[in-house]
Design a protein around this ligand. Structure first.
Ligand code: 2P0
Length: 380
């Protein structure tokens, strides 16, 4: 490795994903192995996503990470780290935004990815890194979510998927996305599903080492591109019970979770795969809605009970249920993660427009700021 003070970097952008058959509960907390399979849809990368720049240099004295620095392009302020790739120029304000990488989830991801690093050579920039160098070279990581962190919008899914993906590119790791998904899974379970677009299944696997607990793509993003996803942000506050501690308490105390994992989800997974394959919106809606409701029932069955949805969430469910019944055939599917925000999946654009009109009528924004809270995603 040359002794020059070069910096070599890669920037990646990764979307978040929304589960339509939920992951809730681990059988192994360290390796992050789930108690059931799950299925998700990955959002359009231009909407809810994480952008991460990873950089390596012999000048870096330790691994460091900054989260959610304000992106500010073409500035040269002192407290700024300027990260440039071929296509993107990012400057992240780093003051007070450094986070610790000492947690086992970060350490597991970094260790796994470093051990798979390959040779990298960029003659123009004078960069020559050999496989063995990855163990001792230090990394700088700057990551930014374009949506509220830890508000039940799967920020950790996009975050860890993007971290693993960008590091794999930086280190010239020659693994396929499923193999990378098993590394991202060790950062946050749901992250493994964000390594693919379209519809994705996270197979729980059966091996103790987790090597078969990976994500696979069921259908790509073009397969069912009539669907429009609207996220109604009911609250962007951080949730009171983190998913990690919530699911631990559910595993320890909820009998419904045991029944769900063993008896209910395996059948639903088969039915959901079939519904996606056939673009069967009626079955898709029925499965998504009942699975979301059962996940929240498990939360209520947990001791002490966990409340992720609020009155507004419940009103949105009633509205959608009434509308679907009045039309005779489902128009909109709903699903709620570990928070009160509604993820609404309209069968097509026309329905999405009607849905937005309905939301604005029944939940009129009180201010311009509220208006901006209607975050609209679209997977077409
Ligand atoms: C899901 N959720 O399938 C479910 C539905 C929330 C409700 O995956 O402990 O942040 O990092 O593995 O991945 C949220 O859990 O939890 C989640 P960890 P994660 O999307």
């Amino acid at each position: 490795m040359a002794a020059e003070k070069w910096v070599y970097m890669v920037t990646a952008q990764t979307p978040t994903n929304i589960a339509v058959i939920k992951y809730w509960g681990k059988r192994d907390e360290v390796r992050i192995l789930p108690v059931n399979d799950s299925i998700s849809v990955t959002l359009d990368p231009d909407h809810l996503c994480t952008v991460t720049t990873v950089a390596v240099s012999p000048a870096f004295d330790r691994d460091r990470m900054w989260l959610n620095g304000k992106t500010k392009k073409h500035s040269c302020e002192k407290s700024v780290i300027h990260l440039v790739t071929e296509s993107v120029s990012y400057i992240l304000l780093i003051e007070n935004l450094e986070i610790s990488l000492s947690g086992s989830r970060y350490q597991n991801c970094l260790r796994e990815i470093r051990s798979r690093g390959g040779d990298v050579e960029d003659r123009e920039k004078g960069v020559k890194i050999e496989k063995k160098d990855w163990e001792r070279l230090n990394l700088h990581i700057a990551s930014h979510n374009n949506f509220p962190t830890a508000a039940g919008l799967a920020s950790s899914a996009a975050g860890f998927a993007c971290l693993v993906f960008s590091l794999a590119k930086l280190m010239n790791v020659e693994e396929d996305p499923s193999q990378l998904s098993a590394i991202a899974r060790q950062g946050s379970g749901s992250a493994c599903r964000s390594l693919f677009g379209g519809f994705v299944k996270w197979k729980m696997g059966s091996k103790d080492d987790g090597s078969d607990s990976v994500a696979v793509q069921l259908a790509d993003e073009k397969h069912w591109d009539d669907l429009v996803i609207i996220i109604a942000v009911v609250s962007s506050r951080q949730k009171e019970t983190s998913s990690t501690s919530g699911m631990r308490e559910s595993v320890e105390t909820s009998l419904l979770l045991q029944h769900r994992a063993k008896e209910v989800v395996p059948k639903r997974i088969v039915q959901m795969e079939e519904a996606i394959k056939n673009r069967d919106f009626a079955s898709f809606t029925q499965l998504s809605c009942t699975d979301s409701n059962q996940f929240h029932a498990v939360c209520l069955d947990t001791s002490p009970p966990i409340f992720y949805m609020n009155d507004t969430s419940h009103r949105i469910i009633s509205l959608v249920e009434k509308w679907n019944r009045s039309e005779g055939t489902p128009q909109v599917a709903y699903t709620f993660d570990a928070g009160p925000n509604a993820v609404l999946i309209a069968r097509n654009r026309k329905v999405a427009v009607q849905l937005l009109q309905g939301l604005l009528y029944y939940f009129p924004p009180k201010s311009d700021t509220d208006m901006k809270s209607y975050v609209v995603g679209d997977n077409s």
